[in-house]
Design a protein around this ligand. Structure first.
Ligand SMILES: [Zn+2]
Length: 152
């Protein structure tokens, strides 16, 4: 199959001006931001699977990893690995999951590339997790705890 013909169905697909994550990048929507640089931004998932559940995104809009260059994919995961240490310290967790969904079939709810960092504790090993409610204040507090726990 020609690579240009390969498409991933995504019901959440929207133009960048209507994209929730692009609006967070542009500060048109609120989020509990952990950190950002020129190319990437990290903020708290507003319905976390566990306390400390963080999302890392490229600022440039693209729906799936297929829309990113190899260097962008490398930068995204390198930053997620760095932030995961802050997440683990801030939540006193024992491990973490990276989850990166591409397309409707994979439950990608926001069609802008992102990596989930989900901290887990040994006591939860093997358990399925449900999304939890968190207040904006709880998310802001956790974002600042993770930021303080990041290595410089
Ligand atoms: Zn976007």
């Amino acid at each position: 199959m020609n690579e240009s013909e390969l498409k991933i169905r995504n019901s959440a697909s929207v133009p960048p001006e209507k994209c929730v994550f692009c609006q967070i990048v542009a500060r048109k929507l609120p989020a509990a931001i952990v950190c950002e640089d020129q190319d990437y931004i990290a903020f708290m998932d507003r319905a976390p699977f566990n306390e400390g559940h963080t999302l890392v995104c490229p600022k440039r809009h693209g729906e799936t990893v297929w829309d990113m260059t190899a260097a962008e994919i490398g930068g995204l995961f390198a930053l997620a690995a760095k932030i995961s240490k802050g997440v683990i310290r801030a939540t006193a967790s024992d491990g973490f999951r990276f989850v990166q969904n591409n397309g409707e079939a994979a439950n990608q709810a926001v069609a802008h590339v992102h990596v989930h960092i989900i901290p887990v504790k040994l006591a939860e090993k093997g358990q399925w997790m449900d999304r939890k409610n968190a207040t904006p204040e709880q998310l802001q507090r956790m974002a600042s705890c993770i930021r303080e726990a990041l290595e410089p």
